[in-house]
Design a protein around this ligand. Structure first.
Ligand code: ADP
Ligand code: MG
Length: 380
């Protein structure tokens, strides 16, 4: 049980690379928080800074109101009371399952009887009660990861930090462990910070998701908030697979550079909320400014077009051609080439085929005014 507060946290690596920049984040007591971002976005850097393996170059960090890193202040990892699980479980091959799990308690010098009881209890919680005497070599990948999880929680940490802890596992085991992990943290009221590059995992598992890019927080929100109200075009494209259309905003209307994409302010609304403007200043609305529209795969539809009459589209928007259509749970995840723009669309109700001509109709979009160096996104 813990709250973790980060204030203006920054980290510059020895080679000058900026790992973290201006991180403001409160992890709430008992919440499951996911750190999501592409490879190299700073997820591991942030997690290791919380754990105490990296020392921030700016800002401060506190757990339950107690400063653990900051100006002239430093609490080493072993004194922070946190549990960690890594992708490559890092369990000792020469120790039994019980030996591995009990190791942190042995270090703390607690009585043997108490140690044995606690190890048995935790092995029960992760479903390894019958494997106490086994050596890690005689376990499956999923079981080894359960050992790592048991070892991370055996000393009743204030919070659990997980770095791609499930990423090395294959489906469906991975999905099962995901649910088990969530159930375990909920039962114990454990605060968890879970690093993943897997969007579905972050959205499916977490109470709130922190989207990182280039060492900066892009948005913090519930999964629904990220999908429905992305703070900037990066979040829209990374989290929702939105296609981005650069263009110009003038008099409250967005004009895409793309020859076919139309963004009508009074768009005909089918199942979507139409066009939404984000970060457009109320003043100087009439000034023309650059902006970008993000269209999620669910924000447009494709109308099949007869192959006849391709040449007679003069004056009309260019057509698009289906480049791939993958069957999925919610419909066909369809990619089309639209005058050089690769567009992703979710199609349901009919079967798109490769090479087919279609007319994309945009039904909803988020238009971001990011002229000022995406400052809005940074402050989110
Ligand atoms: P993620 O976990 O999101 O993939 P990391 O936190 O590992 O990203 O890395 C963030 C950025 O910092 C990357 O560009 C990475 O190359 C850089 N980086 C990581 N470790 C070091 C290091 N020890 N020295 C210099 N740069 C590093
Ligand atoms: Mg990483």
């Amino acid at each position: 049980m813990a709250t973790i507060k980060m204030r203006n946290l920054g980290l510059v690596y020895l080679n000058g690379h900026v790992g973290l920049d201006g991180i403001e984040l409160d992890v709430r007591d008992g919440e499951f928080l996911a750190l999501l971002g592409p490879s190299g976005s700073g997820k591991t850097t942030l997690l290791r800074t919380i754990a105490g393996f990296l020392r921030p170059s700016a800002g401060s960090l506190s757990i339950d109101g107690k400063d653990i890193a900051g100006e002239g202040m430093w609490v080493p990892p072993e004194k922070r009371g946190l549990g960690m699980v890594f992708q490559d479980h890092a369990i000792w091959p020469h120790l039994s399952v019980a030996g591995n799990v009990g190791y942190p308690l042995k270090l703390s010098g607690i009585p043997r009887a108490h140690l044995a009881r606690r190890v048995a209890e935790v092995l029960e919680q992760v479903g390894l009660a019958e494997y106490a005497k086994r050596k890690p070599a005689a376990l499956s990948g999923g079981q080894r990861q359960r050992v790592a999880l048991a070892r991370a929680i055996v000393a009743s940490p204030k919070a659990l930090l997980l770095d791609e802890a499930l990423s090395a596992l294959d489906e469906p085991l991975r999905a099962r462990l995901r649910l088990e992990l969530r159930a375990l943290t909920r039962e114990q009221g454990l605060t968890a910070v879970h690093v993943t590059h897997d969007r579905a995992e972050a959205l499916g598992l977490a109470d709130r998701v922190v989207v990182l890019n280039e060492g900066r927080i892009q948005q913090v929100g519930t999964p629904a908030e990220l999908l429905e109200n992305p703070a900037n075009s990066f979040v829209a494209s990374f989290v929702s697979d939105a296609t981005l259309f650069p263009g110009t905003l003038v008099d409250g209307n967005f004009h895409a550079d793309h020859p076919g994409a139309r963004f009508n302010k009074h768009m005909e609304v089918h199942r979507n909320p139409g066009i939404k403007f984000v970060g457009v200043p109320q003043t100087a609305v009439s000034r023309s400014r650059r902006a970008v529209a993000a269209v999620a795969p669910t924000g447009l539809r494709l109308e099949p077009v007869e192959n006849r009459g391709i040449g007679t589209t003069a004056g009309r928007a260019p057509l698009a051609r289906v480049t791939s259509a993958l069957y999925g749970r919610h419909g066909y995840e369809t990619s089309v080439d639209w005058a050089g723009t690769a567009l992703r669309v979710l199609v349901s109700g009919w079967v798109p085929t490769e090479g087919q001509l279609v007319r994309p109709v945009i039904e909803s979009a988020h238009v971001f005014c990011e002229e000022a160096g995406a400052a809005e996104g940074r402050a989110a």
